[in-house]
Design a protein around this ligand. Structure first.
Ligand SMILES: CC(C)(COP(=O)(O)OP(=O)(O)OC[C@H]1O[C@@H](n2cnc3c(N)ncnc32)[C@H](O)[C@@H]1OP(=O)(O)O)[C@@H](O)C(=O)NCCC(=O)NCCS
Length: 156
């Protein structure tokens, strides 16, 4: 397959929306964290599959921070983009906001970094396109992703 560089915009998910209903809540009546984690994993998977053109699996979650609770009635807005790729792995950054859709108030509730690995038809890790950052913010994410990978490999 081609290993030509692709920009993060080529595979980004701009807005995956999820309306919170009462059955999504924990015993404190805020949104169950596992639901948000699953939503992030699914959204990031789409980015990994768009970027690589292959089936991908979640290999690791480097960071998953709940910054604020989301509540009943909120609309969760998930954004995800590839920060960097290596041979077969890709780091996907995910941002979740909780929107009050009646008045437009929006709160940043989660930031996360997930690593996916692309698999070939035999289930073996396979090479993926490189990432070509196109903006200052994409370049910063590209550099920071390498720092996280280095730290992860050192801690193994
Ligand atoms: C992820 C997986 C495919 C890696 O397989 P592996 O035999 O370790 O493959 P390799 O050692 O050749 O590594 C392949 C890539 O995975 C990356 N990788 C492996 N383990 C990793 C980890 N814990 N964290 C981040 N990246 C990891 C390697 O860095 C390598 O990346 P690179 O090719 O870009 O350098 C394998 O561990 C697996 O199938 N895990 C289960 C995945 C899964 O079921 N996910 C769903 C969870 S519910």
């Amino acid at each position: 397959m081609s290993t030509k560089g692709k920009s993060p915009a080529d595979s980004a998910v701009e807005q995956n929306v999820y309306k919170v209903f009462p059955n999504d809540l924990n015993s404190k009546y805020t949104v169950f964290g596992g639901l948000v984690m699953g939503l992030c994993d699914r959204t990031a998977l789409i980015v990994a599959e768009r970027h690589s053109g292959q089936s991908c699996v979640t290999a690791a979650v480097d960071s998953f921070v709940f910054l604020a609770p989301a509540r009943a009635g909120d609309t969760l807005i998930v954004k995800a983009a590839v920060n960097r790729s290596w041979r077969s792995s890709m780091e996907i950054g995910v941002h979740v906001a909780a929107e009050n859709s009646f008045n437009g108030d929006t709160r940043h509730v989660v930031s996360a970094y997930l690593t996916f690995v692309a698999l070939d038809g035999a289930g073996k890790p396979t090479s993926v396109p490189t990432v070509s950052p196109q903006s200052e913010i994409e370049s910063r994410r590209f550099e920071e992703a390498q720092q996280r990978r280095t730290a992860r490999l050192e801690s193994r």
